[in-house]
Structures are given as structure tokens and as C-alpha cells.
Design a protein around this ligand. Sequence first.
Ligand code: MN
Length: 485
Amino acid sequence: MDKYKVLIGLEMHCEISETNTKVFSSAANTYTDIPNSNIRPVDMGFPGTLPVVNKMAVEKALMASIALNCKQPEYIYFERKNYYYPDLPKGFQITQETKPAPVGIYGELKYEVNSEIKKVRINNIHLEEDAASSDHYSKYSTINYNRAGVPLLELVTYPDFRNADEAVAFLEAMRSIYQYAGISEADSRKGQIRCDVNVSIMDSSLDEAKEENWGTKVEIKNVNSFGGVRDAINYEIERQIELKRTGQYDSMEQQTRRWDEESMSTIYMRSKVDAIDYKYFVEPNIPKFKISSEWIEKIKSMIPVFALERKEKYINEYGLSNYDATILVKEKSISDFYDETIFLGADPKLSSNWMTTMVLGYLNKHELNISDIYLTPKMLVDIIKMIEEGKISSKQSKDVFYKVIEDEKEPSKVVSESGMKQIGDEDTIRKIVVEVIEAHLELIEDYRKGKNVFDFFVGQVMKATRGQANPGITARIIKEEIDKR
Ligand code: MN
């Protein structure tokens, strides 16, 4: 393996899901199961129809461009990519190909892989329309034009990834950005994300700064899951190394392959030698328009703090572990909920413990989203405060938590209705402690020998009080009573 260096580049297509309508038509940008129900004449390429640019789609695209630290163009314009396929009835796709048309060029993004920060250079990100979707059966094929014209972002990286882990970590970082910024749900199960991967290898001894030293590029098209990207890269690296070993590498042509889930292998599709000439030209039906700096500033102010920055804040300001912070930022809704508890005055570490164990434990077990349950940040803060103030024990707090969710009642109501309270009265606790110690006097000797009998005594007191004794006071009194004897 070390004999060769690996260069991997990615193209990531992601549908923009957070607009009301499609990118050039007034058809709704929503998913529906009924084929060909969500279309307008312009999506079908009918003669005489004209595209109208969706401002929101451009705004979301510019937001992605800014998030990727790209340079934005002075003017927005589109180009035609000419080819015919049944999923493209107009005979061309409206896209942005030639620089400086794309909404973003020459950016970079930091992302984290195995606790290490890496950086990838972005060649460009552009806005285009999605094609229709087709399904092939044994005797016929069907076409569903609902997807035709859905806004699509295509992002192209430089070949900066060295292995499948890096490529997948970057894709996960992008998905998180799209979700945090409200650009897309970025759900690969809904077909919103599609990736192309290019892989080449070169002898380690050669200088990779010189492009002519890079090996022949093989592109793998339409990989629809991150797991598929990982498998396709690993398969392709091994395949190319094998070609080197057997002396067949030098005759390998630049080619496009596809990832086949069934055989877990890449399959030859076509040679790049006879690549199609798409005859790009500027789309004449959409006038160029200037992007004002005020608009860019407004978009910048709308960009939220992304996962990686939130994580740094959690670690540096709140003192959370890398592990807990990673869990909290994974889903934006969870991170937002957590932030709200801090805003409402919860201790960051206590709240983090509650979020990562109780809240996420419950959500994962029942396969729910945080917005599905009755618990609000305010309620969680109330529970935490009741423990801090000694009103309920930490054991009781768990019951309160479940009751809040399952009975849909405020924490204070749960506590008052169930008669839960914590015994914080010293005299009452001391009386029980003395009873427990007197009943097990033989253990005092063990205690002096250094044996841990302390937890046993605590357990007995809790048992006697049905978990209602204040743990802090209980521990102190046990110690005092043992020391007296
Ligand atoms: Mn494209």
C-alpha cells in the first residue's frame, strides 16, 4: 500500500429541499409518492415556456458557497448542457459549468476525521436543475418527472483525500452544513444526495505537486450512500494496485465506472476518450443579474454556527469531553435543544450528561426526534434545578423525566402529584443512619481495615427511605457516625 499514494476527489450532488418551489418553475419542491403529479410545462420542456429563477434557491446556493469559503461571482448566470435522455425532455440541463458562472469557486473546508482536523480544497459549487427519475423493469421503463427541476447543488473538490475515511468524513461534514444552514435535509434515503468519486494512484516516490505525475483518473458514478462511497473507494484502490502489480496499469484508459452494490465491485461503463461534448453556452432565457454586496452580507448574517465550531465551544467554554461534544452536535436539533438549556441557566456539564444519556437514550430507544416528545429545554432545566436544590433525589429525577414525557405533564406537576420529595432534614437522616450502622456493627472493623463498606451503608439508607434521602447529607452523616464509633 505504501508503495502508492492515493488521490481521491469527490463530486457531491445534493438537492436543495428547503425552498417552496422548484428552481425554474412554480411546481412545489416537495416529495410526493404520486408520479408525475408535481410538474409544470416548463419542467417538461414544452415549447414557449420560460424559466423563472427561484431567488430562494440562489440564496441557499450562495449560502453554501459562503460556508465553503468560496469566491462568489459578480453576476449570476446559467448555462445549457446539451444532451438528450428521456429524463431530460428539454434536451438540455440548465447548470453552471464554465468559470466564473458557478455560485462559488476556489474554496476550502476544514473537517474532522478520527479527531484530526483536515482541509479540502473546493474547485467549485454550482446550482443546477435535477433531472427526472427513471425506473427500469424487465419489459418497460417508467419516468417520473416530479424530480425534474428540483434545485440541485453540485460540489466539486480537488483530489485532496487520501483514503475512504477522509472522503466519508468530508461528506458527513457537508451533510451537517446543509442541515445546520437549512439548505437541505440531505437525506440519502430520499435520494437527495448522490456522489461521484474519482480515484487515482501514483508511485509514492513521485512528486504529487506535479499534476503530470498523477495516475490515470477513474471516475465512479452515482454512488448513493456514504457506505457505498467507502466501499467503492476501497475496491477501486485495490483494483488499480492489482493492475500495477500485473503490469496492466499503463494500458488502462481514463474511464467511467459504476458502483454495483450486489457484486460489491466497480463496473466499466465507458471510456473518457470518447467523452460527450455538451456544447455549453449561456442560457439565453435567463438574464444575467448582479449579486449585490448587501445581499451577500445579509446571507452571511443568516449562516448559523456550524457543528465543528459549536463543538469547539462546547469543549473550550463548557469543558465537555470531545466524545460528549461530538454526540451533541451530530444533529442540529439536539445541539439547539442543548444550547437552549444553557441559555435558560442549566449547568453545561449537568445538562450535557442529561442530554447524552437520558434524552438521547430515550430518543434512540423509541426512534424519535427531539421535536416528537413533550419535553422542552425549559422542562429539562426545571428537572436539573430541582435536583440541585435538593427537592428531589437524582434517582427520583429519572422517574420525573419519564413521567414528563409519557404523561405529558410539567415536571413540577409530576413531583407534586406523585408525592415525591427528598428528605433533607438532618435529624431524620441521622436517625436512619444510626439504625443502619447499629444493625451492622461488624462492618465498622472492615471499614477500618480499608474495606469499602461505605456504599453498603448508603444503599441501606436509600432502601429505608425509598431513595428519598439527600445523598450528600446522607454520605456526610454516615462518615460522622462511623468515626464516632
Ligand atoms: Mn451536475
